[in-house]
Design a protein around this ligand. Structure first.
Ligand code: SF4
Length: 204
């Protein structure tokens, strides 16, 4: 039943025309991962490689993310990976507020279906969106990265753990040490919480 809901949602996203990004995309990129996963990664938007393949984080940033996951004993098919908007903004520009608002319902449905224990927004924009979604004051990613945040009394089983965007490692090499350290902390939190991960086939 849940797999059917995930399939339906994926179909809705791949045929969506709610915002202007549908006019310039090659493929929408709904995201991928197990139907249930304890970790839910949120990036900003698909880039060129993602647009061409319809898969999230398949370019250089994807390799960085896979390396980061490997340091905590995880592989990408053990976690859910998606982005704020599901279609590539032309020239990789920052998604507009109206585009983010048009797409936010999909992210919410994905979070509901995946039921993660930890949301990991990657980068400034994803972190801002997640904080605002839970009614939390915005804290710059430079101050809040690598810290476990409780989204409030109505979400006792959920935490937020913001990190820099993996693409920042390429643009800004000093970030590399910081993001790897943040993933080390994330690994410790996973251990303390006793979170379990397994390989699960993606819903096609
Ligand atoms: S970005 Fe989101 S809202 Fe806009 S067309 Fe793509 S799926 Fe639809």
């Amino acid at each position: 039943m849940e797999k059917e809901a995930v399939r339906q949602l994926k179909c809705e996203i791949t045929t969506c025309t709610r915002c202007r990004l549908s006019l310039t995309r090659t493929n929408a990129v709904p995201g991928e991962g197990p139907v249930h996963s304890e970790l839910f990664f949120i990036g900003e938007a698909p880039g060129r490689n993602e647009d061409l393949t319809g898969r999230p984080f398949v370019g250089r940033a994807g390799t960085v993310l896979e390396n980061l996951l490997a340091t905590i004993g995880l592989q990408r098919d053990m976690v859910f990976i998606t982005s704020i908007v599901k279609c590539r903004p032309p020239e990789n520009r920052v998604p507009g507020k109206d585009e983010i608002a048009a797409c936010e319902g999909y992210l919410q449905k994905q979070m509901d279906l995946t039921a993660p224990s930890i949301l990991v927004p990657m980068g400034r924009l994803a972190s801002e969106l997640v904080f605002s979604h839970f009614g939390l004051p915005n804290i710059p990613i430079g101050h809040i990265h690598g810290q476990l945040v409780n989204p409030g009394p109505y979400h006792r089983d959920l935490s937020i753990f913001p990190v820099y965007h993996p693409a920042a490692v390429t643009h800004n090499p000093p970030i590399k040490g910081i993001i790897f350290e943040d993933f080390r902390v994330l690994g410790t939190i996973i251990e303390e919480k006793g979170l379990k991960f397994g390989h699960e086939k993606r819903v096609k």
